[in-house]
Structure formats: C-alpha cells, structure tokens
Unconditional design. Structure first.
Length: 139
C-alpha cells in the first residue's frame, strides 16, 4: 500500500513538473524603446526588444539586432483587471530610465523587477528624487 501511494505521488509530481516546464520559453512582449535604459545591471541602448520568460524564475530581454541582452529575475507577479494588454514600464529619474515591469500581451500578468543596485546607488545620492512611471505599449 505504501509503495502504491508513493508511486502515485511521484507520478503526480512528475506530471506537475512537466506541465510547468512545457510552456517555456514564452514570449511576453515586444516593444520599441525610444530611450536608453537600465535592465538589471545592464545598460541597454534604445531599440526594439523582445521580452521572454525562459523559465519560471528568469526573463530574457534581447534587442532585435542581438547586440543587447540581459537576464532578470522578477521579484513578483501582478494581476490586472480588465483587458489584456502588453506593456513595459520604466521608472524615470531625470534622464535615466530603469525597467521596472513587463506585462504580457497574452495574459493579465505583470512581472515586477526588483530595484537594482545601480538604482539604489543613484537614489542614495539624490534622496529627494521622484520616479515617474513611463509605460510603453508592447505587442
């Protein structure tokens, strides 16, 4: 009886792992970013970028020309009511932009990115700096 229960449990775990991993990599969005920005700790040039969820813990950002690329770990997921709509959100401090959220064009989930070391360092030097959110439509 114990062997049968363990076999059933092991089968269920394998089925769950297979179901979770079969949908990766998953394209979240494509957006044209008209300004230079920081993604994680990587400086990215203005251009067209594809955002992919390559596994449950990692998002890859890659420029259309393949010259700029970064891998990021989202800190949390957000859910939005209403219609689906792809977008990427940046925090702007003066002339500096930091990627902060990626919203899939196929579902209502947004991936929030953690504050980077570079952003924390910049804020430490300018404690009164106020972030403005800049959203770009993604497809």
């Amino acid at each position: 009886m114990k062997f049968r229960t363990l076999s059933l449990l092991a089968s269920m775990v394998l089925l769950a792992i297979t179901a979770l991993t079969q949908n990766y990599p998953q394209k979240l969005a494509t957006a044209t970013v008209p300004f230079d920005f920081v993604a994680g700790d990587v400086q990215m040039a203005a251009g067209t970028y594809t955002f992919r969820q390559i596994n449950p813990e990692v998002i890859q950002i890659q420029s259309k020309d393949g010259h700029n690329s970064a891998k990021l770990a989202p800190s949390s997921l957000k859910w939005q009511k209403g219609e689906n709509g792809g977008k990427v959100v940046f925090k702007r401090y003066g002339k500096e932009y930091f990627l902060s959220e990626i919203w899939s064009s196929d579902d209502k989930l947004g991936r929030e990115l953690p504050v980077t070391k570079r952003e924390r360092t910049m804020l430490a030097g300018r404690p009164s700096a106020q972030a403005q959110n800049v959203s770009l439509v993604a497809r």
